[in-house]
Design a protein around this ligand. Structure first.
Ligand SMILES: Nc1ncnc2c1ncn2[C@@H]1O[C@H](COP(=O)(O)OP(=O)(O)OP(=O)(O)O)[C@@H](O)[C@H]1O
Ligand SMILES: [Mg+2]
Length: 578
């Protein structure tokens, strides 16, 4: 094996860092072999993005040394070569999109490299086909969904045929199908010999790698094969991480006295290891008719037959909502689940008045949002929206001002306390972050600021668009707990996401949106076990539901019980266990 990347005692400290703050990278030693697939893990702000920016020369070390394919990024004469062998997909891929159509964007790097036109066309066509976007070649990238933008960004990088690709949370915005096909492509690139450095907050994705590196506060704290790393739950937790979901569920089931093979990490291994029910006949079926509340009649948010088309009347017209009917009960957490491009974000923006329906009605409490003179200001007092890409929501330069921005517009008196309280809710230390420039924050930190700036307004209704994307596992758990606390405090939450495992932890009511229409609405247990509804919406059942369906096939009397999360599955099994 040849060493492709070698990093020795690397330190990084930006010029503007206050003296009391430690270096951002603090003595990194790391070797990566040619052809390796490295998963780089670590909590928000641990230094992952900063580290990989050193590999293509975007950042230069303050101290220490590194080589990539015998090139030294500190040497100016190596820069061009370095850029051509190292391709990077940024954490926020929208930043990477530069051209006015998808095809031009993919061609951009090739034109800069002065490739012949015919060669450029061939490569662009191949990349478009690989991401299944040939039909979108002439569309403007800013009209694509978040997931599509991510795929275009990767296509642009791959078209240049690099030796190493650096992927910074590439799947955080992708729905399950897109994510699976993306991962299949990454595996294929790895098989072809490409070296891959892959940043992710999803432990399941890290299982695909052959080397897992964990960063914490700018240092490498773990480095080894996935099986070795994921057998150390306590150390992972201390670093803000978790073991994979299947491993956690296997552990829960072992606690019920089940004899499962040790070292289960992957979902398919867990599902295959589930035991048959020892004596299926003998069991008392618990009463299955636990009443599940349907949607209340008096919905707080009610949309009827809402239609909305982007660029209506132009050749690029794109119908996004095609007759949406949706009711959200007061004081509930309602999940809006759907694939990339299904219309989730467009729908949310109708509920806080940013978009007005072309047809149909949108009622929020006593407000009629389809009526043009319903003032936005009145709506905003009641309804908060956290956008999918938080940086598009920022107005200010400093964190504290950003969070104070909304409350200040409404003349809130105790501004400083409001800001402090909102920051505490999302886990941002007030003193440490209030004077930080927004541009210097990590991806996850930005998302927390966006959330805090909405929470500071203390609105009754919160609309959250993919709120956990980009959050580390520890922060994600805290956020989900916060949602339950907000509900308990009387707020109504509507959360758009394609992560059903997370939604199942917090939401009681579910709606599946597909191609601009709500196809199914109902209580959690009904929707998450409805295979046809899930597959039509392009969604994957949570692992706990998959496990319970496998157990039912093996004779376990779990029908009708709520098994939508690992805890609920364990509780249900405890009830029916002989
Ligand atoms: N100019 C700067 N001044 C102060 N702090 C900075 C500056 N630039 C980066 N940081 C801090 O360095 C830390 C590492 O940032 P980095 O973007 O590498 O984190 P990350 O591991 O990629 O996090 P995430 O998972 O949230 O993307 C963060 O806490 C960030 O706030
Ligand atoms: Mg990052």
């Amino acid at each position: 094996m040849t060493k492709l990347i070698q990093i020795e005692d690397l330190h990084y400290r930006p010029d503007d860092l206050p003296p009391e703050q430690p270096d951002i990278l603090r003595g990194i030693d790391l070797t990566i072999e040619a052809g390796a697939f490295v998963a780089l893990l670590g909590e928000n702000g641990s230094g992952k993005t900063t580290l990989i920016k050193h590999l293509n020369g975007l950042l230069l070390p303050t101290a220490g040394r590194l080589w990539v394919d015998n090139l030294d990024p500190r040497e100016d004469r190596h820069h061009r070569a370095l850029r051509s062998i190292v391709g990077m997909v940024f954490q926020n891929p929208a930043d990477q999109i530069v051209a006015s159509t998808v095809a031009e964007d993919i061609a951009f790097g090739l034109e800069n490299a002065n490739l012949p036109t015919g060669e450029i066309q061939t490569r662009v066509a191949a990349q478009l086909a690989a991401i299944d976007m040939t039909a979108d070649a002439d569309r403007p990238p800013h009209l694509l969904s978040g997931g599509q933008i991510q795929r275009v960004a990767l296509a642009g990088v791959l078209a240049r045929r690099p030796k190493v690709i650096l992927l910074d949370e590439p799947t955080s915005m992708l729905d399950p199908l897109a994510r699976e096909s993306f991962l299949a492509r990454v595996r294929e690139l790895h098989r072809q010999g490409m070296t891959i450095v892959y940043i992710t907050h999803h432990m399941e994705e890290a299982l695909l790698a052959d080397q897992v590196v964990v960063l914490q506060q700018g240092k490498v704290v773990m480095n080894g094969a996935p099986t070795e790393i994921f057998s150390q739950e306590d150390r992972l937790r201390a670093a803000g991480l978790r073991i994979p979901e299947a491993a956690a569920l296997a552990r829960d089931l072992s606690r019920l006295g089940w004899d499962l093979p040790s070292g289960i990490l992957k979902s398919e291994d867990l599902l295959a290891a589930l035991p048959a029910c020892p004596n299926p006949q003998a069991q008392n079926r618990p009463s299955t008719d636990t009443p599940l509340d349907g949607l209340a009649d008096g919905a707080l948010i009610q949309l009827e037959a809402v239609h909305y088309t982007y660029l209506a009347g132009s050749p690029l017209a794109k119908p996004a909502l095609r007759g949406v009917t949706l009711g959200v009960s007061a004081r509930q957490v309602h999940a809006l689940a759907g694939a990339n491009g299904s219309g989730k974000s467009t729908l949310l923006q109708h509920i806080n008045g940013i978009l007005r329906p072309e047809q149909g009605t949108v009622r929020v409490g006593s407000l009629h949002l389809e009526v043009p003179d319903t003032a936005l200001r009145t709506v905003v007092k009641q309804v908060g929206l956290v956008f999918q890409s938080p940086e598009t929501q920022f107005f200010e330069v400093y964190v504290g001002d950003e969070i104070a921005y909304g409350p200040r517009q409404f003349g809130v008196a105790d501004l400083r306390e409001r800001v402090r309280a909102a920051m505490t809710l999302v886990g941002l230390d007030f003193e440490a972050y209030k004077d930080r420039r927004l541009t210097t924050l990590s991806g996850g930190e930005k998302r927390k600021v966006a959330l805090a700036s909405t929470l500071a307004l203390d609105q009754d209704i919160l609309l959250l668009d993919e709120p956990t994307a980009g959050m580390d596992p520890g922060a994600r758990d805290e956020l989900l707990t916060l949602f339950l606390e907000l509900q308990a405090a009387g707020k109504t939450l509507l959360i758009a996401s394609h992560r059903l495992d997370e939604l199942a932890l917090v939401a009681g009511d579910f709606s599946f949106i597909q191609a601009g229409q709500i196809q199914h609405s109902g209580p959690r247990q009904d929707l998450l076990t409805n295979r046809e509804a899930l597959s039509a919406a392009g969604l994957t059942a949570p692992l706990a539901v998959q496990a319970s369906q496998a157990l039912i096939e093996k004779g376990w009397p779990l029908e009708g019980l709520d098994t939508t999360t690992p805890n609920r599955l364990s509780a249900a099994l405890r009830e029916v266990q002989p």
